[in-house]
Design a protein around this ligand. Structure first.
Ligand code: AVJ
Length: 313
């Protein structure tokens, strides 16, 4: 018990130190994971329903339209390892098609996961369920209870886009080392106006999602960010092939937190998220370098998004 208390205090300090280092850097930045407090997760769900935010519904349409093909490529009886499973809804929709033998949803938020899995277990009694509460971006060291037969990592939603390409490669290699094939959703480069609108919507939900990060920082650090002094920026950077989200100071402002402070000049920014967009060839190259052969690729009719099944090479 004492050990647990000690280690959770240490984690809190690590989070504090990481956040403060990011805020004090010449170009301030924070990790996108801090966008997802309880309200942030709800705002992200709202983003997925926006007319401008195409990725979620485009990916769903690909699974809907090509489900039989995808199932034929993957085959029944896999060990389906769902990275960032959340409420498990995306994977559950594939159960009737993929008929996995074991389902292993992984998410940082373990409580949420256990509730979802209890429900699912009643619906699909033939699928063994093993929910794991862990930070899969830190390690893919899976416990021995995870079956070794025909592991398939399921990584939908273009979450891979949050990693810069070198880190995406390292992450893909870790899945390869864990002896898994891959079913992954990847957002594609497209008309810049479409990309800009998806991350700066007319209703301002993405702006709220981004600004809410400051509420979260205020709680985590005991900081005094005033949300009214900041504005959302979300745009495509074609040189880096990524969406960038920033929070920009509307005027000179001093932000204080327990044990420190920083002045932000008018127009100065905190970089809060990157979301990389790939070409099909660019992503295939990444897969090959990670030890995968892209077996099958499915896209929508506008080629806005792709779902890829990759086997170990
Ligand atoms: C959850 C990382 C896939 O990059 O599109 C949506 C997050 N940020 N709108 C994305 C997000 C702003 C989303 N991912």
């Amino acid at each position: 018990m004492a050990d647990n208390i000690h280690s959770s205090a240490a984690v809190t300090n690590v989070i504090r130190d990481e956040l403060i280092a990011g805020l004090c850097a010449p170009t301030a930045s924070t990790s996108p994971k801090y966008l997802y407090d309880a309200l942030g997760s709800k705002l992200f769900e709202a983003i997925c329903e926006l007319p401008e935010y195409y990725p979620t519904r485009t990916e769903a349409a690909i699974f809907e339209r090509h489900g039989d093909d995808i199932a034929a490529s993957v085959g029944a009886g896999a060990t389906l390892i769902d990275l960032g499973a959340g409420n498990c809804a995306k994977a559950a929709r594939l159960f009737p098609l993929l008929a996995p033998s074991q389902y292993v949803p992984i998410d940082i938020s373990a409580d949420f996961l256990h509730a979802a899995v209890t429900q699912l277990g009643r619906q699909f009694p033939d699928i063994a369920m093993l929910p794991l509460g862990m930070d899969f971006s830190a390690t893919l060291d899976l416990p021995p209870a995870v079956s070794r037969t025909r592991r398939l990592f399921f990584y939908p939603g273009s979450s891979i886009g949050n990693f810069p390409p070198d880190e995406a490669l390292a992450f893909l290699r870790r899945m390869r080392e864990a002896d898994g094939d891959l079913l992954i959703g990847v957002d594609l480069v497209k008309d810049h106006a479409v990309l800009d609108a998806a991350y700066d919507d007319a209703l301002g939900v993405t702006a709220s999602f981004n600004l809410n990060l400051l509420n979260h920082l205020n709680r985590l650090l005991g900081a005094d960010f005033n949300l009214r002094e900041w504005r959302h920026r979300g745009f495509f950077n074609p040189q880096q092939s990524r969406i960038e989200m920033h929070l920009e100071a509307r005027r000179d402002t001093l932000v204080r937190w327990q044990g420190g402070e920083r002045r932000f000049g008018e127009g100065e920014r905190i970089h809060t998220e990157n979301s990389y967009k790939y070409t099909p060839d660019g992503f295939a190259g990444l897969l090959r370098r990670a030890g995968y052969q892209p077996a099958h690729v499915w896209t929508d009719e506008r080629d806005w998004f792709m779902v890829c099944h990759a086997r170990r090479s």
